[in-house]
Design a protein around this ligand. Sequence first.
Ligand code: PGA
Length: 256
Amino acid sequence: MRNRIVAGNWKMNKTFEEAEGLVFEIVDFLEENEIINTEVVICPPALYLELASDAAVESQVEIGAQNVYARESGAYTGEISAPMLQSMEIAYCIIGHSERRKYFKESNELLAEKVIACLNNDIRPIFCIGETLDEREAGNHFKVVEDQLNEALFNLSSGEFQNIVIAYEPVWAIGTGVTATSAQAQEMHAYIRSLLAGKYGSDVADQTRILYGGSCNALNAAELFSNPDVDGGLIGGASLIGHDFIEIIKSFPDAS
Ligand code: PGA
């Protein structure tokens, strides 16, 4: 069975003290409650990675970055490299989030470089793909997702690909309160898995975790996660509230 993942993407939220409180709320919960077959990942703003990483030492919580630059070091003012993340024992990095694609004009070509930078430094990418509302309404959603995979990930070898986590995040569902229906999520996740099987074979496809993201919350997570091809979630807004995020962590029927 695939180990599931519930990852919290805090985006650009929380002061230092708020971040500290939230991280410890989750770490403390997992110290007192055994959640099985589920990895819990917190992706705070880069400024708080050290705080989160220290708090999570010896806990079940793993820490992820929200972004990374593709180069190893050098004159790139304001950027953070994969070797820096590795030196702080950061396990995951979100790559290709629709907000980075939209506001920072990140192309699949750049994202492919970021993926390689992470893999070269033992950081597992959580690679985001998903269509806009216009693309879905035009019936192009499968094609969009296929193109994103082809252009950003399918240059990887099968060995490299085994470290990739996919997050399917329909752009129209992110931060909108409109969630994909359980059937829409399962349909797309099964399609993505079929593409992985076509490219890398069924063993790799069966092992790859495919997360759902987009207005996933404490009320709808259980239904979304009950689908056979949904291996957890990338959670934005609801990950900012400790109680809600913990409810989502508990949402797999066999989690405890
Ligand atoms: P949301 O964000 O849960 O607030 O919709 C998800 C994401 O952007 O990863």
